[in-house]
Design a binder for this molecule. Structure first.
Ligand SMILES: *[C@@H]1O[C@H](CO)[C@@H](O)[C@H](O)[C@H]1NC(C)=O
Ligand SMILES: *[C@@H]1O[C@H](CO)[C@@H](O)[C@H](O)[C@H]1NC(C)=O
Ligand SMILES: *[C@@H]1O[C@H](CO)[C@@H](O)[C@H](O)[C@H]1NC(C)=O
Length: 197
């Protein structure tokens, strides 16, 4: 009886753990694209411009989207207000992790374990406009529908992370770096019948 119950539990855990097919850890650029496209939010650290922590690191959670689900661009877009952050070529560090999905919990990987892949993007936050703002709007509003109703008097604007370096922790042996070029060349999902990218 309890053995049967255990078998059912194991089967359930396997079923729940299955849907996220994570790229092989050695494909670090693909892994970075995969985790960024999976995450709806990120921790972002900037250098504070506010007393009493002026000049010190300051980290906060932000909603992000790199595109509609299954069609990520690799660029994390954000919907920000000047009340919250003063953006003009603002240096930033943004991190996302598979701990934000059910993957690590289902596999028993601690969030700090390198097996629970986490990605750090270095760069700057930049306001976007024109057609890129339209892209950012579609990316964000499709994954964060509540944003449509955020109060207009907050002067929201669309922004992106201008990535200058990608750091990947997805296996033992230390952090690996990926250039923005390799990051954007990779595809988060393996394409059917082709692996040229
Ligand atoms: C992905 O985005 C491209 C370009 O924006 C678009 O042409 C394509 O239809 C999208 N595919 C899906 C599955 O949404
Ligand atoms: C769009 O953004 C670029 C760079 O951030 C800026 O140079 C340009 O003047 C902006 N255009 C408009 C219409 O705001
Ligand atoms: C992104 O940042 C790099 C390095 O600071 C800079 O050279 C580049 O012009 C920025 N990209 C855009 C679109 O402004």
């Amino acid at each position: 009886m309890s053995r049967a119950l255990l078998a059912v539990c194991v089967a359930l855990v396997a079923a729940v753990g299955e849907p996220l097919s994570v790229p092989p850890h050695e494909e670090v650029a693909r892994m970075a694209r995969f985790v960024v496209s999976k995450c709806d939010w990120a921790s972002m650290a900037t250098i504070s411009t506010h007393d009493p922590v002026k000049g010190q690191p300051f980290s906060n959670a932000f909603s992000i989207s790199d595109g509609p689900v299954g069609n990520g661009t690799g660029t994390p877009y954000m919907y920000l207000t000047h009340m919250e952050i003063s953006v003009q070529d603002l240096q930033a560090s943004l991190s996302v992790s598979l701990a934000q999905t059910s993957y690590c919990r289902n596999h028993g990987f601690d969030p700090q374990s390198p097996l629970c892949a986490h990605i750090i993007l270095s760069g700057s936050v930049m306001e976007v406009n024109g057609s890129e703002a339209s892209l950012a709007k579609a990316a964000l509003f499709s994954r964060h529908p509540e944003m449509i109703d955020w109060p207009t008097d907050h002067n929201w604007f669309f922004a992106k992370m201008n990535i200058t370096q990608v750091w990947v922790l997805d296996y033992f042996g230390g952090v690996k770096t990926v250039t923005p070029e390799d990051y954007y060349r990779a595809t988060p999902y393996r394409k059917h019948g082709s692996d040229s990218q």
